[in-house]
Design a protein around this ligand. Structure first.
Ligand code: CUA
Length: 176
C-alpha cells in the first residue's frame, strides 16, 4: 500500500500530539493525586441507613471534634435526606453522601458543588458557599421515573446568623 510521505508525516504529528497530551494528563494526575471524586471509600449501600455513620440520627449538619462541619446525607429514589439543611456561608463544609439504591448525582446550581453518588461508595466533597441564599440540591443523574422530582433544599445562612446544631451525645459531635 502506498502512503504519501507527506501524509505519513502528518500521521506521526497527530500521534505525537495524542501521546504528548496523554502523558501530560497522566503525569499531572500522578503529581496532584487526582482521584475519582468518590474518594474511594466503600460502604454497603443496602445497609447504609443502618450503619453507625449514616443512621437517621446522624444525618444532617454535624460539628466534628476539631470544629469543622460535616453534612451527611442519604440519596435514594427520590430525594436527598434530610430534605432541608442549613449551613453557614464562607465556611468549608464537607459533604458525605451515600446512595441506598441506584446512581444519583447531586448538584447545587450557582455553586461548584456537583458529584455523582455511586452505590457502594461514599461520595465526599468539601466546598465553601460564598453567597447566602436558598439553593435547590438537585439530582442530575437519571435515576428513574421520579428523577425530575428528586431534590432537597439547602439554606446558606450568613455566618453571623448561623448557629451550630445542638449537641448530640450519641456521636460525640453535634447534629441537627
Ligand atoms: Cu436521583 Cu435522578
Amino acid at each position: 500500500m502506498h502512503i504519501d510521505p507527506l501524509e505519513k508525516k502528518w500521521v506521526y504529528v497527530a500521534l505525537g500530539i495524542v501521546g504528548l497530551l496523554t502523558s501530560i494528563i497522566t503525569i499531572d494526575a500522578l503529581f496532584h493525586n487526582i482521584n475519582a471524586p468518590s474518594n474511594v471509600e466503600t460502604i454497603d449501600s443496602a445497609s447504609a441507613h443502618l450503619s453507625k455513620e449514616f443512621a437517621e440520627d446522624n444525618l444532617g449538619v454535624q460539628t466534628e471534634k476539631d470544629g469543622t462541619l460535616t453534612v451527611r446525607m442519604i440519596a435514594g429514589r427520590y430525594g436527598f435526606f434530610p430534605r432541608h439543611i442549613a449551613v453557614p456561608a464562607d465556611t468549608p463544609i464537607t459533604f458525605r453522601w451515600v446512595s441506598i439504591d441506584v446512581i444519583h448525582g447531586v448538584h447545587v446550581p450557582m455553586t461548584n458543588l456537583s458529584t455523582m453518588i455511586l452505590p457502594g461508595y461514599v461520595a465526599q466533597v468539601t466546598t465553601t458557599f460564598p453567597k447566602p441564599g436558598e439553593y435547590p440540591m438537585l439530582c442530575n443523574e437519571y435515576c428513574g421515573m421520579g428523577h425530575d422530582h428528586m431534590w432537597s433544599n439547602l439554606s446558606v445562612v450568613a455566618k453571623e446568623h448561623w448557629s451550630a446544631p445542638t449537641s448530640n451525645p450519641a456521636t460525640g459531635g453535634t447534629s441537627k
